[in-house]
Design a protein around this ligand. Sequence first.
Ligand SMILES: Cc1cc2nc3c(=O)[nH]c(=O)nc-3n(C[C@H](O)[C@H](O)[C@H](O)COP(=O)(O)O)c2cc1C
Length: 365
Amino acid sequence: MIRAFDAFSLPVLRWLDPEDAHRLAIQGLRFLPPVKPRPDDPKLAVRAFGLNFPNPIGMAAGFDKSAEVPDALLRLGFGFVEIGSVTPKPQAGNPRPRLFRLERDEAVINRMGFNNDGAEAVLRRLAARAANGGIVGVNVGANKDSPDRVSDYVKLIETFAPVASYFTVNVSSPNTPGLRNLQEGALLDELLGRVIDARERVRQKAGDTPVLLKIAPDLSLAQLDDVVQVARSRKVDGMIVSNTTIARPSTLREEMRAKEQGGLSGRPLFRLSTRMVAETYVRVEGAFPLIGVGGVDSGGAALTKIRAGASLIQLYSSLVYKGLGLVDEIKRDLTSTLLRTGRDSLSEIVGADAATLTAEDWPGM
Ligand SMILES: Cc1cc2nc3c(=O)[nH]c(=O)nc-3n(C[C@H](O)[C@H](O)[C@H](O)COP(=O)(O)O)c2cc1C
């Protein structure tokens, strides 16, 4: 059914303005029949951050910013869904156009600017579906006009802890001016300290909700040293590597579109973000697991990310070009690789190539 849906919808959606297409896709998913997905091969199961993931493929943040369709996405076969970024107050985001397809590069540039319905509406939706189960993470961000951004994150942790499978502290979106400064050592230390404190405060009623940190691929290795050191000392439960890049590789073919301001994602982000997974993995030394995201568009790409150090994968941009059938395709490829190589689980190969990758020349961007 998904294939038929893709065959019909992909050409139509690609013909529309990208943001209209996205809205239509969300509306379409709302009407997805409530059929149970095929159960995943047990070999694809991953245990990380104290959670049991049925398979390692997640929907990345930014597709379902306001938690309108998490259950439909889970039914499509994702092992987990990350909603958000959510901010305390509703926010309109930047003026349109703010989402661009780079067709020939199989890439996307966005400068959405955290458009979302705000904490109150999103909490209502998540509370209404909480009994359905499944792993639904909540990605939190700060309002653009907030006088105290750290307090925004704290407020969101306290608000969402009862309904979040995990939290992602997003300090890496390029479209809220100054947000990425929160990745700087002392500021990050204060932010994570207060976020972890907030999680402890609500532990009684909400349990132990894992807190992950999502970083930009544009950090220097010296900055990454600091970020990982702070993340380890504040005892976060994991990191997500990476968000979109503000770099523009010289290889991009859609030269006019490439000039648009915003974060670049999709295929041209793959090498840089995978290198950053490997660089993070060798610095983390097994202290916590990583989620690898950026340009995953096939089973092979997912496997490369895992071998670079990712225990779990997320994707977004490739769905624009390949359709929702991609999720099943990647899962099938991963299962057959496990079968072919006689392994019982993906955990056996997490990070297998990290050391080799970090010794290679830096990926040209
Ligand atoms: C349109 C769009 C909106 C996004 N919004 C968010 C967001 O709100 N919060 C966030 O942490 N990441 C956001 N992202 C980044 C993705 O979660 C992901 O990190 C990035 O796109 C790289 O993955 P991909 O190459 O598979 O798309 C967004 C990406 C796109 C394309």
